[in-house]
Design a binder for this molecule. Structure first.
Ligand code: SAH
Length: 350
């Protein structure tokens, strides 16, 4: 098995589920894996790190995902919705700080109609930024309508590529449905973000290997990977936190399979370890997402407990994330940060 990392780099299409699971379950190759992922990231993307300013504009959600703190049946959440004007104001602030991507995230909240989201897109695009939508599963017609108005990217993690586990965690949804949405988004020309949590109850190394092979097959343009963090107001309250090393390994493996994809050092990783994001940037990640959700809303977007940056001045994350990037020897990019696609390596396979 010792040639497996080289095989992933040279012939990713030939790598088996068992081989990826083997890497996940054995720690002998960790140092080599992390160093190789960093080398590949530097070869394809240099030292540049992209910043994405995120606005979590509503914590209402019609879904009941077992892991999530803002699930519909959690009655302990103070729910909020930002108006379109408030959202656009925040986007202005992001643009003024020289950050070239605005991520609009929320629970699945049908209050925001097709037209309202369309208005956000039109007004924010005037600020000369790229827009990422992260608002969950909507109608295919809406995806198309928003794409035509100028939305650039869509972020919808696949959460886990293990079909059985997906079913257990998501009442009224299935992995096949999720996959069909992701494929549709790709077909419409969105830069499409998938990704998963690590350490979900019942998730073994084979399940984690499925996550890597799935984002490779999809040819995901972005892959967000973070630890699962149990929330006290959810049915998974007694589960364990995802393991830092496993998260870093999944990030590094994803970098080997998708050398040119955009991979964030996630906030959840920064939550379970004081240097979680720095470590991720050193083993394959090339994106960081400063939080621009205004106070007092920010403290109510509680996907998981102890989320970092809650008590900061509500624009402080911009500078803080830039410092994180520089502290590990990388550079803050002033680019829009579209995927620098290496077409020969990257055909969609599903
Ligand atoms: N409604 C949008 C946004 C979901 S929230 C959508 O469906 O895409 C963003 C991400 O937070 C989720 O995709 C999930 O991977 C992550 N998340 C939710 N609960 C979490 C928890 N308890 N621990 C870690 N990450 C969590």
């Amino acid at each position: 098995m010792y040639g497996v990392l080289e095989k992933i780099v040279r012939h990713p299409e030939r790598v088996t589920l068992e081989e990826v699971a083997w890497v996940m379950s054995n720690d002998e190759l960790n140092e080599e894996l992390f160093a190789l992922a960093d080398e590949i990231r530097q070869k394809y993307l240099g030292k540049q790190v992209y910043l994405r300013g995120i606005i979590e504009f509503s914590n209402y959600c019609r879904n009941d995902c077992l892991y999530c703190g803002i699930r519909a049946s959690n009655k302990n959440v103070k729910r909020y919705r930002m108006s379109v004007d408030e959202i656009v104001e925040r986007a202005k602030l992001i643009a003024e700080m020289g950050i070239k991507t605005v991520v609009l995230q929320s629970g699945e909240d049908p209050y925001y109609t097709t037209e309202m989201v369309g208005e956000m897109i039109l007004r924010i695009k005037r600020l000369n930024v790229a827009i990422t939508l992260s608002i969950g599963e909507r109608d295919f017609e809406e995806y198309e309508y928003w794409k035509n108005l100028g939305a650039d990217r869509y972020l919808m993690r696949h959460e886990t590529a293990d079909e059985e586990l997906y079913k257990k965690l998501h009442p009224n949804d299935s992995f096949q449905i999720r996959k069909s949405h992701l494929i549709k988004l790709k077909q419409l020309g969105y830069e499409t973000g998938a990704g998963s949590m690590v350490g979900l109850p019942g998730q073994n190394d084979v399940a984690l290997a499925k996550d890597v092979l799935f984002v490779y097959e999809l040819d995901a343009d972005m892959v967000g990977i973070g630890p699962f963090i149990p929330h006290p107001d959810t049915p998974l309250r007694d589960s364990k936190v995802g393991d830092l090393t496993k998260v870093l390994k999944l990030i590094a493996l994803t970098r080997l399979f998708l050398p040119d994809a955009n991979i964030p050092a996630t906030t959840a990783l920064g939550t379970i370890h004081p240097f979680g994001r720095q470590l991720a940037l050193k083993c394959g990640a090339n994106v960081i997402m400063p939080n621009f959700t205004p106070s007092p809303y920010r403290s109510h977007y509680t996907l998981y407990p102890n989320k970092i940056c809650i008590f900061e001045k509500d624009t402080a994350c911009g500078e803080c994330t830039k410092n994180i990037v520089r502290s590990v020897g990388y550079e803050v990019s002033e680019d829009f940060g579209y995927r620098r696609k290496d077409h020969e390596r990257s055909p969609c396979r599903v």
